[in-house]
Design a protein around this ligand. Structure first.
Ligand SMILES: NC(=O)c1ccc[n+]([C@@H]2O[C@H](COP(=O)([O-])OP(=O)(O)OC[C@H]3O[C@@H](n4cnc5c(N)ncnc54)[C@H](OP(=O)(O)O)[C@@H]3O)[C@@H](O)[C@H]2O)c1
Length: 349
């Protein structure tokens, strides 16, 4: 199969770098263009990106000249890793110019005909691409990835919603520094500290799962009837968001049934054997002190959500800890899996 050319908008940032890393040896996609802000345009990628990953910058991109974030770019699909203060209009421009945009940014997540997709959870929502294409009168469309904490929460809630129904969820997050982008939070603010506020995050965590776990009705999604209460904290880990959650189920079930529903969960990416799909999207650990960010964030190459401490909750029904890599499954890897799904489901020929 000839590789499809893909471009990355915001290629020099933390999520953009993860995309570069994940795409370097991808069997279906080949990086054909890298784009970023005026500070980087015209420079070689190796000079423009403040590379923060432990692996080297791939040789194939080191000397590529960074382009402006505007069409045309030589690409069949565009990944967006742009900050939300600029992503909205730039992604619109690309979609209206005929490009499929697989986005990490929050701007279009609530647009009625923009699918908000976690590949294992709601791949059927990709049918909204057809609705969007008709509205735009173009082959272009935006497909959004959810917020990094939402992705791991909704992935873990999905088998529970399917098997038992979900009524209420309370979640508290301990979110890593890389979730704030680079340079992110000042060292003097976060060392020896926890910051109990992340702007806009709680609203996203309380609303995005409702669209993701909702039902496609033709040209829109009917949201799931679940009430979620979220509290978000920034902590001094580098990668990996930890979340503690309590859930109330519609249909009472045993602890073992809940555990098995999580363990056995797979979705369309596994059925289609997509290159970036984890074999087990939810990994369940039984030790009393796992998951931990440093030990467990790279399980399944950072593409799984790791659940532990599953136990009865005296207020709701069950409670557990979940952990997920924020820049891989929670961002770059999530948009990559969505792009693979778009190819496998023939939205890109
Ligand atoms: N970090 C995470 O864990 C995470 C998780 C999920 C979603 N997200 C979302 O992913 C997006 C990227 O996040 P990040 O953490 O990678 O941010 P980041 O490290 O701050 O990178 C931002 C990127 O956007 C480019 N950029 C900034 N202003 C621009 C402009 N006016 N025009 C064109 N390009 C511009 C930057 O280019 P220069 O280098 O040239 O300035 C850089 O490449 C955000 O929407 C974020 O909310 C992040």
């Amino acid at each position: 199969m000839q590789k499809l050319p893909v471009a990355i908008l915001g290629a020099t940032g933390l999520v953009g770098q993860r995309l570069v890393q994940l795409l370097a040896a991808h069997p279906w996609f080949e990086i054909s263009a890298l784009a970023a802000s005026d500070n980087s345009v015209g420079k070689q990628y190796g000079d423009a990106a403040k590379w923060k990953l432990p692996s080297e910058i791939p040789d194939a991109v080191r000397g590529m000249i960074v382009k402006p974030c505007e069409p045309p770019l030589d690409a069949a699909l565009v990944f967006s890793a742009l900050p939300s203060d600029v992503a909205g209009d730039i992604e619109e421009n690309f979609a209206n110019a005929g490009y499929l945009v697989s986005s990490n940014a929050s701007n279009h997540r609530n647009d009625p005909d923009v699918p908000l997709v976690i590949a294992e959870v709601n791949s059927d929502h990709l049918d909204l691409v057809r609705v969007q294409r008709a509205r735009r009168k173009s082959a272009g469309a935006i497909v959004c990835n959810a917020n990094c904490s939402t992705i791991h929460l909704a992935l873990v809630l999905k088998p529970l919603a399917d098997a038992f129904g979900l009524t209420r969820v309370a979640v508290t997050t301990l979110q890593a520094l890389s979730g704030a982008g680079y340079p992110g939070v000042a060292a003097l603010d976060i060392l020896d500290n926890v910051i109990p506020f992340i702007g806009g995050e709680e609203k996203k965590l309380e609303s995005e799962p409702l669209k993701i776990l909702g039902t496609l009705h033709g040209d829109h999604i009917a949201p799931a009837a679940i009430r979620i209460s979220a509290a978000c904290n920034r902590v001094a880990t580098w990668d990996g968001h930890l979340e503690t959650a309590s859930v109330e189920l519609a249909q009472k079930s045993s602890l073992d049934q809940v555990r098995r529903a999580m363990l056995q969960f797979t979705g369309e990416p596994q059925a289609l054997n997509l290159p970036t799909a984890p074999a087990h999207p939810i990994v369940v650990r039984d030790e009393p002190d796992r998951p931990q960010p440093r030990l467990d964030r790279d399980v399944e190459k950072g593409m799984a959500s790791v659940v532990g401490r599953l136990r009865a909750c005296p207020v709701l029904d069950y409670k557990f800890v979940l952990l997920g890599h924020n820049t891989i499954r929670g961002a770059a890897g999530g948009t990559l899996l969505n792009a693979e799904l778009l190819v496998a489901k023939k939205f890109i020929e």
